[in-house]
Design a protein around this ligand. Structure first.
Ligand code: 13P
Length: 251
């Protein structure tokens, strides 16, 4: 059976000291809870090693928010998949819409990042999702299908099974405007059938597909109750231990 996962994406928030405090708070809060899902925090590169030192890896997974599309060498300012793995991190968010939108990431570069991450044993949390215009003009199913096909469909079935997908409609990110349970479920079912078309139903049924975009304690229960929604990728609400835990315990 596929896993339920709630993952925080801290984005470019918190100083190192604030980040260690927040990780500590989440780690402490998890001690009193029998979580029905895997819990992960994806934090800035600068925080990875220090956060890894304060969390219980049995209860809380750690991830980065990106990695480079090259293994090593003269790429000033980049952080490679082996560097991420060497901090103790087990996950890496790839293809977040903010990276596609502001840093020009394409399916071609993402394809490389996914392969490098997998080669290090990292679990990519691969983000897909349409912008508002594509939602409104009705092309959203095709857009998301193309994002998956272009970046991921040259993977073997065994490698594909190691990936977690996150559907994040761009119009719902940080806007307070979440997709309805039905809109999200429809897209998740579409994503699963796209995977089944390439790799078969068995593989499709094993892939965890998370929802992201203004997910909060108040709407998480409804979203997570949908048959094809296996958890959430949480932005703003992950920056406060109490609200993050409110989402974790929605399962
Ligand atoms: P918000 O939860 O702040 O809308 O962000 C979602 C997101 O982009 C997570 O990756």
């Amino acid at each position: 059976m596929r896993k339920n996962i709630v993952a925080g994406n801290w984005k470019m928030n918190t100083t190192l000291q604030e980040g260690i405090q927040l990780a500590n708070d989440v780690n402490e809060a998890l001690k009193g809870v029998d979580a029905k899902c895997d819990v992960v925090i994806c934090v800035p590169f600068t925080h990875l090693a220090s956060v890894n030192a304060v969390i219980d890896p049995e209860k809380l997974g750690l991830g980065a928010e990106n990695c480079a599309d090259h293994l090593k060498g003269a790429y000033t300012g980049e952080v490679s998949a082996p560097m991420v793995a060497s901090t103790g991190a087990k996950y890496v968010i790839l293809g977040h819409s903010e990276r596609r939108q502001y840093y020009g990431e394409t399916s071609e570069t993402l394809k490389e990042k996914v392969k490098l991450a997998l080669a290090e044993g990292l679990t990519p949390i691969f983000c897909i999702g349409e912008v508002l215009e594509e939602r409104e003009n009705g092309t959203y199913n095709d857009v998301v299908k193309a994002q998956i096909e272009e970046a991921l469909f040259d993977l073997s079935a065994d490698d594909f099974k190691k990936i977690v997908l996150a559907y994040e409609p761009v119009w719902a990110i940080g806007t307070g405007k979440t997709a309805t349970d039905e809109q999200a479920q429809d897209m998740h079912a579409h994503i699963r059938s796209t995977i089944a078309g390439k790799y078969g139903k068995e593989v499709a049924d094993e892939i965890s597909i998370l929802y992201g975009g203004s997910c909060k304690p108040g709407n998480a229960k409804g979203l997570f109750a949908q048959p094809d929604i296996d958890g959430g990728l949480i932005g703003g609400a992950a920056l406060d231990a109490e609200s993050f835990m409110g989402i974790v315990t929605a399962f």
